[in-house]
Design a protein around this ligand. Sequence first.
Ligand code: 5GP
Ligand code: ZN
Length: 144
Amino acid sequence: MSACVFCEIVAGNAPADRVYEDDEILAFLDIRPITRGHTLVIPKHHAPELDDLDAELGTRLFRVGHRLALAVRRSDLRADGANLAINDGKAAFQTVAHTHLHVVPRRHGDKLRFAGGLILRRSTEPEATAAAIRAGLERLEAER
Ligand code: 5GP
Ligand code: ZN
């Protein structure tokens, strides 16, 4: 049993609503989302902070975050934008010591909802939400 909850998710020992996976990267819903569809993108390899992350893997991590930002716009979540962020290190309020990129879908005029989400961090219909993002990725793929 790993001490790292995200490594446990990668290994399939802890549950998560997965939205994307390849040989090196995994993306799944944040258990306490700020907005609906708030996703975490992680390297499968355990890298606690950016200092530990291979630069090429960091590039792949962002590439997936980039695609998710495009996918949520094309999904039934109907996002108009997204906040992408990495809290790197305890000084930056990183609470899970396995590098992760937050992708937080945003809507025009959602300022109050966003502020409430920062406080409540409540998950609604995670399975349907994950399915909507996966469908958004498929729509994005179909544009190629
Ligand atoms: P940080 O503050 O480290 O940037 O963010 C860590 C994020 O991980 C938080 O948004 C938190 O809700 C999320 N999180 C913590 N534990 C779990 C978990 O077991 N499963 C999932 N899906 N998300 C988690
Ligand atoms: Zn880990």
